[in-house]
Design a protein. Structure first.
Length: 95
């Protein structure tokens, strides 16, 4: 009985994932066909930006030495630099 419930849950989650992916594809195709970059679905639906919004620009600002600009774009960019650095050190030490 438990295996049957697990199978049903897996099927429901799989259908949900496929449906959400289809919505994402349609969302992007709609905006790209209008010649516009698609806005974030999370931002459009809730008004809250995604946690990764501005991360690339924040990392680029750190690369240019502009720490305050990086913090304005995405405060997570500075901890990410440290995480990447320590990960590099761990990989380098283990080999």
């Amino acid at each position: 009985m438990e295996k049957t419930n697990t199978n049903h849950l897996f099927i429901v989650l799989k259908l949900l994932a496929i449906s959400l992916f289809a919505v994402y594809i349609i969302w992007n195709i709609t905006y790209l066909s209008l010649g516009q970059l698609p806005p974030s679905i999370l931002l459009s639906a809730t008004g809250v930006p995604a946690p990764t919004t501005g991360l690339t620009r924040g990392l680029m600002a750190i690369g240019k030495g502009n720490i305050t600009e990086s913090l304005k774009l995405n405060p997570f960019s500075i901890p990410l630099i440290f995480l990447l650095y320590f990960q590099f050190l761990l990989l380098h030490i283990s080999y």
